[in-house]
Design a protein around this ligand. Structure first.
Ligand code: FMN
Length: 439
């Protein structure tokens, strides 16, 4: 059994207003030295991967907080070069990329990092992105996921271009490669026509998928290695993981072939008082009313009193596919079923993202993660930080040693690949070949 830890480097933090704190540098998200420091800490701690979310557009939130930031492939590609063992997980869009370019770039990153590359393939909700790629508005979500499925199918086929043994390199005969063992993708589908093959051999980088709607679940269970998810209650998380595992088996894969990584935001206090004080400070930077109105929109509730309790039956009977994240809506519904909360309370409970927020000492946070893991909620956690500058360091320094002490987390070993550490097998053809060779 593996237990993984992935660190989101989103800056200033998942409290998007943390840049307003007296000691914060509002422009840290543009500072390469700052990111190098985070990456080195992650590497020294033995975390499995560092991660950056992304959307290829400037969002409306820029009026109040830094946007998603500089191109994460360049940034994390650079950070990979100043680290030795931490994986680099980079968000890329299936709606605004071509499969050949993406397959080639991530293969290259995987080669130069010796197996530390991973891609978080998203369909990109951000409406502003469409206009950057010649479209007036984003395609419907169902269409975006159909494209994503075809996209990843082609990418996997390209990564399978070279069979083992294709490089002959016989100096006597002068024969370098056996073209019979190099295959094109030869793909002609609804969205793409791609010949292939890729010009060099490589492995499959790790693929993560983060959608919670039907299209996202199918893509994750059938074609991804890791699924990111959001949950506010253990029951919801366990149900989600069971569902992904069942779907993987139904698709002919092993239940353990797909790992579930649960998002958690942490605010780490040196003491309980310190945690409470920092939480008060961070909440004071937020425009709670504005966040609360965002929550109402995301839930499809429109205008409503911000203090009126919301019960699950107040929500639209079917999650709104186009209104944002189905995963977020399902998670919030499960939370409200436990206890009705007002929009203002919901905004305070999960400021701006819908992820569970853990506020407390290192001990409290380690206890919580341990309990959630043992309950079968996830194979590991994607840790997001309330204020990345402070909480990333504290999590690494204070929480991770407790998780190691409990035998839950094992720091990444030098020379291991991210795939090995996460415990996910090679995908597809290559895996079938390995199995045949082993048998
Ligand atoms: C942990 C996590 C990280 C995500 N990161 C991104 C991201 O970087 N960019 C993005 O466009 N969507 C991101 N998403 C959103 C999903 O990929 C998906 O687009 C969104 O949840 C809407 O799709 P759904 O209705 O299938 O849930 C993330 C979701 C989760 C749970």
């Amino acid at each position: 059994m593996t237990f993984h830890l992935i660190a989101s480097l989103m800056t200033p933090g998942h409290f998007r207003s943390a840049w307003r704190l007296p000691d914060a540098d509002p422009n840290a998200y543009l500072d390469i030295d700052y990111f190098r420091g985070l990456a080195r800490t992650a590497d020294e701690t033995g975390l499995d991967a560092i991660f950056l979310g992304d959307a290829p557009a400037l969002g409306p939130e820029i009026a109040t907080s830094p946007g998603t930031g500089i191109d994460p492939l360049i940034l994390l590609g650079h950070l990979a070069a100043v680290t030795e063992r931490v994986g680099v997980l980079i968000t890329s869009s299936t709606s605004y990329n071509s499969p050949y370019n993406l397959a080639r770039r991530f293969q290259a990153l995987d080669i130069v990092t010796r197996g530390r590359a991973a891609v978080n393939l998203v369909t990109t909700y951000a409406p502003a992105a469409a206009a950057n790629f010649g479209q007036t508005e984003p395609a419907a979500k169902e269409t975006r996921y159909r494209r994503a499925y075809e996209f990843l199918t082609v990418v996997r086929r390209l990564w399978d271009s070279w069979e083992p043994g294709a490089i002959v390199a016989d100096k006597q005969t002068g024969r370098y490669a056996d073209p019979e063992l190099i295959h094109g993708a030869d793909h002609h589908g609804e969205f793409f026509s791609v010949a292939g093959p890729l010009p060099v051999p490589g492995e499959h980088p790790v693929v993560v998928q983060a959608g919670g709607s039907e299209g996202g679940l199918k893509l994750g269970a059938e074609l991804a290695d890791v699924v990111f998810t959001v949950a506010q209650t253990q029951a919801k998380a366990i149900g989600f993981r069971d569902d992904i595992r069942r779907r993987a088996v139904a698709a002919g894969r092993g239940a353990d072939d797909v790992k579930v990584s649960l998002g958690v935001i942490v605010l780490v206090g040196e003491t309980e008082d310190d945690a409470r004080e920092r939480a008060d400070e961070l909440y004071a930077t937020l425009g709670i009313d504005q966040l609360a109105r965002g929550v109402l929109t995301a839930l499809g509730l429109g205008d409503r009193d911000l203090d009126e309790p919301i019960r699950p039956e107040d929500l639209p009977s079917v999650p709104l596919a186009e209104a944002g994240s189905v995963g977020f809506q399902v998670s919030t519904r499960a939370l409200l079923a436990d206890k009705p909360l007002s929009a203002r309370e919901l905004a305070r409970h999960a400021p701006g993202s819908g992820h569970r927020l853990l506020i407390g000492t290192a001990q409290h946070i380690a206890d919580d993660l341990t309990a959630w893991w043992h309950a079968g909620t996830a194979d590991g956690f994607t840790i997001m930080y309330a204020d990345t500058t402070v909480d990333f360091d504290r999590f690494a320094r204070l929480v991770v040693p407790l998780l190691i002490e409990r035998g839950l987390f094992t720091p990444a070993e030098y020379g291991s690949t991210l795939r090995e550490r996460l415990g996910v097998p090679q995908y597809g053809q290559r895996r079938a070949d390995d199995t045949a060779a082993a048998g």
